[in-house]
Design a binder for this molecule. Structure first.
Ligand code: BYC
Length: 319
């Protein structure tokens, strides 16, 4: 089939909501966009474990420690499903990890901010996981089959993460005024970076138009951000916390909350490697990868031995 016909047929399938599967023909730019987006997502899950890992030993009770450990393990699992989904597009795990470590691949800007107090763990669960779910529920309907299926399970786990974060904050806000102030301080620091997670405004987003046409993205950056603000304001009211935006107010005509301008200079500074923790996050990731080499080697040696054993057994069986 001529390339133009292949492209037309591909777009027709996308328009009819037929999932694209790994062995189907796809335009190279579609493949590259998916590799970029899914691997960035995988890297975000893996780097996202670092700010939380910092608080495992200092969680205030056994129950909180267990919940935090489970959340961090879930995130490692999300990274694995997403790396596997990316591998179906013809790129190896080690290439993807090299791209992260060399700074070629991005990961979510949010994980370059420090976790200064226990209430930051609550704020991450409530706001960061809340923003992640808002974006990811839409991705359950993305056009690439392996990505869409991975997202279904990820979203179920993310909603538990958001609940545990909100529960930490609600408990603190009800405990004492000092703890409520800690929560307020965390929310002051995490609110704007959470809004940045959705990416640049639609008019400034170079990939959005094509990704929406291919149904990789189902809802635009700005629409998701607005949905997140609308969902979060009433939750903040229940906590008794003020969101740090003097321009935040209900707009009866639009039936949405209006909110202030995002500091896009800060966003690009952080994305381009100059946030408060970019350097330490990458150092920690590379160190963990290097120190894990013996585990990968041992797993590989074990898998090879198992395969040899199975080979010998099947030869005996059929001889
Ligand atoms: N941080 O044209 P655009 C999580 C980059 S965390 C860094 O709009 P696109 C978790 C973008 O890559 C969430 N970079 O791009 C939660 C592009 O640069 P390149 C991770 C960003 O791809 C708790 C450029 O800006 N979620 O899961 O159409 C604990 C122009 O942007 C960011 C995902 O990754 C950012 N915030 O839309 C643990 C969801 N925003 O590549 C883990 C999947 C934009 O041209 N990803 N950029 O150099 C997406 O939905 C989309 O990729 C985005 C961006 C909405 C993020």
């Amino acid at each position: 089939m001529a390339i133009q016909n292949l492209e037309t047929h591909f777009q027709e399938k996308v328009d009819q909501e037929i999932k694209i599967e790994p062995k189907d023909w796809m335009p190279d730019a579609y493949r590259q966009t998916l590799i970029r987006q899914i691997s960035q997502h995988a890297h975000s899950e893996v780097v996202g474990m670092l700010p939380e890992g910092n608080w495992v030993t200092r969680a205030p009770s056994l129950k909180r420690k267990l919940a935090l450990l489970a959340k961090i393990q879930d995130e490692a699992g999300h990274g694995l499903y997403l790396y596997s989904a990316t591998e179906t597009l013809g790129i190896s795990r080690s290439e993807l990890i090299d791209q992260l470590h060399s700074g070629k691949a991005k990961y979510s800007s949010i994980f370059n901010y420090p976790t200064l107090s226990w209430s930051d763990i609550g704020a991450i669960g409530w706001l960061v996981d809340g923003a992640a779910i808002m974006n990811q529920v839409a991705l359950c309907r993305t056009s690439y089959g392996p990505y869409a299926r991975a997202m279904v399970r990820i979203c179920k786990e993310e909603s538990f993460h958001q609940r545990q974060g909100y529960d930490i904050l609600l408990t603190m806000c009800r405990n004492s005024e000092t703890q409520r102030q800690m929560v307020q301080d965390s929310v002051n620091r995490w609110w704007w970076p959470s809004l940045m997670m959705f990416g640049p405004n639609d008019s400034e987003s170079p990939h959005s138009a094509q990704s929406m046409k291919w149904k990789i993205k189902r809802v635009s950056n700005d629409d998701l951000r607005q949905r997140f603000v609308d969902m979060t304001v009433p939750q903040a009211e229940i906590l008794g916390i003020k969101l740090p935006d003097p321009e935040l107010k209900w707009n009866e005509e639009r039936k949405h909350y209006d909110f202030g301008n995002i500091d896009w200079d800060e966003f690009w500074r952080v994305v381009n490697g100059h946030g408060p923790c970019n350097k330490s996050r990458m150092e920690a990731r590379i160190k963990a990868h290097e120190e894990g080499e013996w585990v990968r080697d041992a797993a590989m040696a074990y898998a090879e031995k198992q395969a040899e054993r199975q080979d010998v057994q099947s030869k005996i069986q059929y001889s």
